[in-house]
Write a protein that binds this ligand. Structure first.
Ligand code: IPD
Ligand code: CA
Ligand code: CA
Length: 258
């Protein structure tokens, strides 16, 4: 895709996300329907579903070749990364959405034949939209975002996952201890956006494709490292422990994990 077409698509997706935000804000004023998925700590609401329905519909309108992997299953069955693949998390941080009415995000990642192409993380309540990709750079609400400083783990805050820290998986307590301190938000999207903005030196969590598809595009564009917790490349169609960090923090974290 040429840069002009990509820029037009990038602009159009941001308009779609702004419309989605308005709809979600309006629905927040009504009674939510909340259901448990796999456990009482894994929720889905009517808004997750209606927003995924809206985003899938709009992405199909923008890209006739779209294959869409959506968390709530309202897209396609995607079994390979060939072609135009969109990966959608309609509400990331549903627990926060239900109990805090804050600190949740919408995320979209776009890959062409497996190549990271465009990514979007929208912190809905802060109205902070991270957008872009390797050919366009990254913007926040339309303003260019500079690459964060390559801080070491010892010089920054570390974005932790609550369950991994509690159970000390992947040496997470040692990683947190080596940093200036752990921070837990309960939304992969919000925490990854904090790494993009240089507010965290890294984030490690057990993630599904829709939790890191957008973040991977944006992070790699800014020169950040994205890998599995053993340092191996991520696979966009499988779940696992994913690390997004400055290159220096990644080195330090992988050394601790090993
Ligand atoms: C969850 C959040 C949470 C992370 C979980 C995700 P959801 O996403 O991002 O912070 O720890 O792994 O599943 O279910 O609210 O979209
Ligand atoms: Ca979700
Ligand atoms: Ca999610």
């Amino acid at each position: 895709m040429g840069n002009k077409a990509l820029q037009q698509l990038n602009d159009a997706v941001q308009v779609v996300l702004q419309r989605a935000r308005q709809q979600v804000l309006a629905q927040m004023g009504t009674q939510l329907t909340v259901a448990e998925k796999t456990s009482r700590k894994d929720l889905v609401t009517n808004v997750d579903k209606s927003n995924e329905h809206f985003l899938v519909h709009e992405l199909r309108r923008l890209d006739s070749q779209a294959k869409i992997l959506g968390e709530e299953g309202l897209g396609d069955t995607v079994t390979s990364m060939s072609g135009h693949v969109w990966i959608v998390d309609p509400i990331d941080g549903t627990m926060n959405f239900v109990h805090q009415r804050n600190h949740f995000a919408m995320m979209i990642g776009y890959y062409i034949d497996g190549v990271p192409t465009l990514g979007y993380i929208y912190d809905v309540m802060a109205d902070r939209l991270f957008a872009g990709g390797p050919d366009l750079g990254v913007t926040v609400n339309g303003n260019p975002l500079p690459a964060p400083a390559d801080l070491d783990l010892t010089d920054g805050l570390f974005g932790a996952s609550g369950p991994l820290l509690i159970h000390d998986r992947y040496q997470m307590q040692a990683i947190a201890h080596a940093s200036l301190g752990p921070r837990i938000m309960g939304s992969a999207g919000i925490q990854i956006s904090q790494v993009l903005a240089g507010e965290l030196v890294g984030y490690l969590s057990y993630l599904r494709p829709w939790d890191f598809a957008a973040g991977r595009v944006l992070a790699e564009t800014l020169g950040l490292a994205v890998s599995q917790v053993d340092g191996e490349p991520v696979n966009m169609l499988s779940s696992g422990a994913v690390l997004i960090a400055t290159k220096s923090a990644q080195r330090a974290i992988l050394t601790i994990v090993r």
